[in-house]
Design a protein. Structure first.
Length: 295
C-alpha cells in the first residue's frame, strides 16, 4: 500500500507584503490594458445623445447595436459608404495566402538550415537575420520601383509578396531554432531508410512541428492583419485592408463625429487577432516554450 507523503517545512503565509505588491501590480497592469478596451466597447453600444453626457465608463442606459451595423455596412470612407466590410474581405484575401506561404517557406528554410547543412547556410541565416532587424521604411521606395517595373504594383499579388518577403526572416528563425532542439537521430534514421529531402520533411519533421506552426501562424496572422503601412503602400485602391479602411472612416467624417461608429469599427477590426489569441493562447505559450527561445 502506498503511503501518503505529508509535506514538511514551514507553511507559507497566505498574504505577505511581497505577494500583495505582486497582486497590486497585476491588477494595475490589467486595468491599464483593459480600461481603454472597456471604454471603446461601452462607447460603441451607446447612441450619441448618451455619449455627449460624458459618462464614458458607465454601462449604456439604452443598449444599441446600430453603431456596429453602420460601421460594418454604411460608414463612409470618402465618397464610398459601404462600411468596413469591404476592408474585411480584402484583409482576408491578403491574409490567407500571405500566412500560408510565409509559414511554409519559413518551415522549409528552417528545416534545410538545421539538418541538411547546405554550403553557406550560416551566411544565409545571418543575412536573413539582418533583414529581420532593418526598418521596413528603408525598403519601401526600392520595392515600389521594383514592383512598378514588373507591372504588379498596387495589386493583390504585390501585397502578398511583400508580406511573405518580410515574414520570411522571422519564420526562418523560429523554425530553425525549433528544429535545432529535435533529436538529430530521427533525421539520421530517416536518411538511412532512404528518405529524401521532402520525404523526411513531410513525414518525419512536419508532424512534430505542431506547436511552432501554431506560434508562427499566430504571429503572422496578427502582424499581417494589423498592418497599415504595407497595405496603404502596396495593396492598391481596390485591395485596401481593414486597417486602412478604419483610418479612412475615422478621418473622413463630415459634420458631427460619430464616436460610437468609430469605436465599433475599431472593435470590428480587432476581432480577428483577439479571436486568434483567445482560441489558441495555450498553444502559443506551449510553442514558445518548446522551441522559439532555443538555439
Amino acid at each position: 500500500m502506498s503511503q501518503t507523503v505529508i509535506p514538511s517545512g514551514r507553511k507559507p503565509q497566505r498574504l505577505t507584503l511581497a505577494r500583495a505588491g505582486v497582486y497590486a501590480f497585476l491588477v494595475i497592469s490589467a486595468l491599464y490594458f483593459l480600461l481603454p478596451l472597456w471604454i471603446m466597447l461601452m462607447t460603441s453600444l451607446k447612441d450619441m445623445e448618451e455619449i455627449r453626457l460624458g459618462s464614458i465608463l458607465a454601462w449604456p442606459k439604452a443598449l444599441t447595436f446600430e453603431p456596429w451595423l453602420r460601421a460594418w455596412s454604411s460608414a463612409c470612407t470618402g465618397l464610398d459608404c459601404s462600411g468596413i466590410s469591404t476592408g474585411f474581405w480584402n484583409s482576408l484575401k491578403i491574409l490567407v495566402p500571405s500566412v500560408f506561404f510565409s509559414v511554409a517557406l519559413g518551415a522549409v528554410t528552417g528545416y534545410a538550415l538545421s539538418f541538411w547543412r547546405v554550403r553557406g547556410a550560416n551566411l544565409m541565416f545571418g543575412i536573413l537575420l539582418i533583414g529581420a532587424f532593418v526598418p521596413y521604411q528603408v525598403f519601401l521606395y526600392p520595392l515600389v520601383r521594383i514592383f512598378a517595373t514588373t507591372g504588379i504594383y498596387n495589386s493583390l499579388l504585390c501585397i502578398v509578396l511583400v508580406h511573405v518577403i518580410f515574414g520570411l526572416p522571422l519564420m526562418t528563425l523560429l523554425f530553425r531554432n525549433y528544429y535545432a532542439g529535435l533529436p538529430i537521430e530521427l533525421f539520421k534514421a530517416a536518411r538511412v531508410d532512404g528518405g529524401g529531402f521532402w520525404t523526411i520533411f513531410l513525414r518525419v519533421i512536419l508532424p512534430m512541428s505542431t506547436p511552432i506552426l501554431i506560434v508562427a501562424t499566430i504571429l503572422q496572422v496578427t502582424g499581417i492583419w494589423n498592418d497599415f503601412l504595407f497595405g496603404l503602400t502596396f495593396a492598391g485602391r481596390e485591395n485596401l485592408p481593414m486597417t486602412v479602411q478604419l483610418n479612412n472612416i475615422v478621418n473622413s467624417t463630415q459634420g458631427e463625429r460619430a464616436y460610437n461608429v468609430d469605436m465599433a469599427a475599431t472593435m470590428l477590426t480587432a476581432l480577428v487577432p483577439l479571436a486568434v489569441y483567445f482560441l489558441s493562447g495555450r498553444w502559443f505559450v506551449r510553442g514558445i516554450a518548446a522551441g522559439a527561445v532555443k538555439g
